[in-house]
Design a protein around this ligand. Structure first.
Ligand SMILES: Cc1ncc(C[n+]2csc(CCOP(=O)(O)OP(=O)(O)O)c2C)c(N)n1
Ligand SMILES: [Mg+2]
Length: 425
């Protein structure tokens, strides 16, 4: 059963799957993949959409108690995941949470301008980040700290942005992890453009998987209503771009609830653009991993974009400048604390005999060591050298940037008499 993109929202379909299991770039119904025409506009304005596993079904492999439930389609995408990799998922989530707590403390102690916590969203981030190949390019928002870890970014480098000493902190070319973007959704057209570019360079549909590349473009539920996401999805669909749109629906855009952003599950919006959308339990690292691998497989094969809506919850404040008690109920937070992605995954690992007390103690020790490293590195970051903010705006010298730099120098000089020497005034 296929839905035509032009008929609007597809009929909900049951979670049936191709009994033969997924093949390369299969649609969810095992239908032939869309022709590989990445990099060129589609000839036909309409495309056959693969059946979704139920337009409103949320893919979940691990329930809130950590019990593993089989899935007829997505299990195949976990079949080759090793025990070591399963343990790494937990390590990534737990160490990131420890780092997040340290960064929050550093902000409270006046050492960072701002901090953006990721607590509660670790499974969505690790499950997707660990699905990507090294050559894939991941484009984050500002909250994807766990994804940063999966790309090998040193957390100490993440602090440079939040201490205001760098425009980024890491080199995207070394990690294939783009700089953080604070202007909502601005990174989505960039991600799509990058995907169109690599497709034109022949990075899709190759027999050798190491030659195939794709992009994951992250954004939030609130950002999903920005025009850039719409424009990005239209371009990605028209040009069969190898991109996975990864929406972390944490149900809040600061104080604006998801109900105001969309009347339907965000995953359904994909149908309007002519590519598949899947809603997945974003607190279930295994489900997120499987679904992201499926979406990347499509992209690598040249079958184009897809949308993943990872349904999750921001357990803490939006940022350290926010007080969520002003706009949401404690009972809601308690309900979601019980769905914590780490707790359920720890239960699973223990029940499967994959990890014991010694493993969890080792992970906790690594978290403490990372936190100590980040604290030490942060405190050693000098606040001077703000003139570097003008250095990389354009590739070539630009008169307006020069003018602003001169103004900034004069402004700094006006404080000279009171200068304490530590860059603060
Ligand atoms: C273009 C733009 N408009 C407004 C803001 C202010 N702002 C920062 S975060 C945010 C909410 C974003 O919500 P969502 O996209 O759901 O991401 P989340 O923070 O929940 O991860 C807003 C309105 C901004 N940074 N950029
Ligand atoms: Mg949000």
């Amino acid at each position: 059963m296929s839905s035509r993109a032009t008929t609007g929202i597809p009929e909900p379909v049951p979670a049936t799957a191709d009994p033969a299991g997924p093949g390369p770039a299969d649609g969810l119904d095992g239908a032939d993949p869309a022709p590989s025409s990445a990099g060129t506009p589609a000839d036909d304005a309409t495309v056959d959409l693969p059946d979704l596993p139920g337009a409103d079904e949320m893919v979940q492999l691990l329930d809130e108690d950590g019990i593993r439930h089989p899935h007829p389609f997505f299990d195949a995408y976990l079949a080759d995941v090793t025990d070591d990799e399963l343990r790494t998922f937990y390590r990534d989530m737990a160490v990131t949470r420890r780092f997040d707590a340290e960064a929050t403390a550093l902000q409270r102690q006046g050492q960072l301008a701002l901090w953006v916590p990721s607590r509660g969203q670790e499974a969505a981030q690790v499950g997707s980040g660990r699905a990507a190949a090294p050559q894939d390019y991941l484009v984050p928002t500002y909250r994807e700290h766990a994804v940063a870890r999966t790309r090998g970014v040193d957390f100490a480098d993440v602090m440079k942005l939040f201490r205001g000493t760098s425009n980024s902190g890491w080199d995207p070319r070394e990690t294939n992890f783009h700089v953080y973007t604070l202007v909502l959704a601005a990174q989505v057209p960039h991600a799509v453009g990058y995907a169109m570019g690599i497709a034109r360079d022949g990075a899709v549909g190759n027999e050798d998987p190491a030659r195939n590349e794709a992009v994951i473009g992250y954004f939030g539920d609130g950002s999903s209503t920005e025009g850039e996401v719409h424009e990005g999805m239209v371009f990605a669909s028209s040009f069969t771009a190898p991109i996975v749109f990864f929406c972390q629906n944490n149900q809040w855009a600061i104080s604006v609830p998801i109900a105001v952003q969309s009347r339907v599950p965000l995953s359904r919006r994909a149908a309007g653009y002519g590519f598949p959308g899947v809603r997945v339990d974003g607190n279930d690292v295994l489900a997120v991993h499987a679904v992201t691998r499926w979406a990347l497989e499509r992209a690598h094969a040249g079958s184009g974009p897809s949308l993943i809506e990872a349904f999750t919850y921001r357990l803490g404040a939006h940022t350290t400048a926010d007080d969520p008690t002003k706009y949401r109920l404690a009972s809601e937070e308690e309900e979601w604390a019980a769905k914590d992605p780490l707790t359920r995954y720890e239960r699973y690992l223990r029940a499967e005999g994959l990890a014991d007390d010694a493993f969890f103690a080792d992970v906790a020790a690594e978290g403490d060591a990372v936190a100590a490293h980040v604290r030490e590195a942060t405190l050693s970051l000098s606040l001077t050298g703000l003139d570097r903010a003008f250095a990389n705006v354009y590739g070539q010298p630009h008169p307006l940037v020069e003018e602003e730099r001169r103004w900034h120098e004069q402004y700094e000089a006006s404080f000279a008499a009171d200068d304490t020497g530590d860059g603060t005034h």
